[in-house]
Design a protein around this ligand. Structure first.
Ligand SMILES: [Mg+2]
Length: 228
């Protein structure tokens, strides 16, 4: 990796900086309790497993442009009901909207996030490049106080294209006044964040447990400071 050329850092948000698992789980538990789903003979662990499986499937389809944002919002809870053997027609009609109302206001960040951003801020210009939704990602950034670290925030919704497509990378670099030679992408998804950025010509840092095509792979956020 050529560190000296780098001026702009593009971060993925969910699972990279914002602790999606913890924030989502806490939201799901509160909805499980509110709607007394346990009284239908389902335990919380099975409910969480079913929801996560369905949500993952739908996001994968979204990333491949096979379903829309609306499909995710409307279908993930009824599909999770079906997955655990409950009648999907008994699923509360507004539970999907409630989830989206509550979850982005949750406060948890991935360990080392603030230390990392404090270490990078001032040396580099930091940006967000996310396949999430505009309103949701903006609430997450303001609730957690991450707003102040970032110059440009690009979502797939605002751009009209999703990672790993080259369109969103072109759009993000242009908005940030950056170019492929002075930018690096950091994220947790081996395909959308890493392969997409690498194919586009960007340098990459992967945060996670898998083997990827990234220039650098780290298992904790704080390790990134050794390289930048
Ligand atoms: Mg991510």
């Amino acid at each position: 990796m050529n560190k000296n050329s780098i001026q702009h850092i593009f971060f993925d948000l969910d699972h990279t900086l914002w602790d999606f698992e913890r924030n989502s789980e806490e939201t799901l538990i509160s909805l499980f309790e509110k709607y007394k789903i346990g009284e239908q003979g389902v335990n919380i662990e099975d409910f969480l497993v079913a929801y996560k499986k369905i949500n993952h499937q739908l996001w994968d389809l979204y990333n491949h442009s096979k379903v829309t944002k609306e499909d995710i919002r409307l279908k993930r809870f009824p599909m999770a009901y079906e997955e655990i053997g409950l009648d999907p027609t008994t699923c509360p009609g507004n539970i999907g909207d409630e989830y989206l109302e509550i979850c982005p206001h949750k406060p948890y960040l991935i360990e080392g996030c603030i230390e990392l951003l404090d270490g990078l801020k001032g040396k580099y210009t930091l940006h967000i490049l996310s396949n999430g939704f505009d309103k949701t990602q903006s609430i997450k950034l303001s609730t957690t106080g991450l707003n102040k670290y970032f110059d440009v925030v690009v979502t797939s919704e605002s751009c009209g294209a999703k990672k790993p497509s080259p369109e969103i990378y072109t759009y993000a670099l242009e908005k940030a006044g950056a170019n492929v030679d002075n930018s690096i992408m950091i994220g947790d998804n081996p395909i959308t964040d890493i392969k997409g950025a690498k194919d586009f010509g960007l340098q990459t840092i992967y945060f996670g447990q898998e083997n990827t095509v990234a220039d650098i792979e780290v298992k904790s956020l704080i390790e990134i400071l050794e390289y930048l």
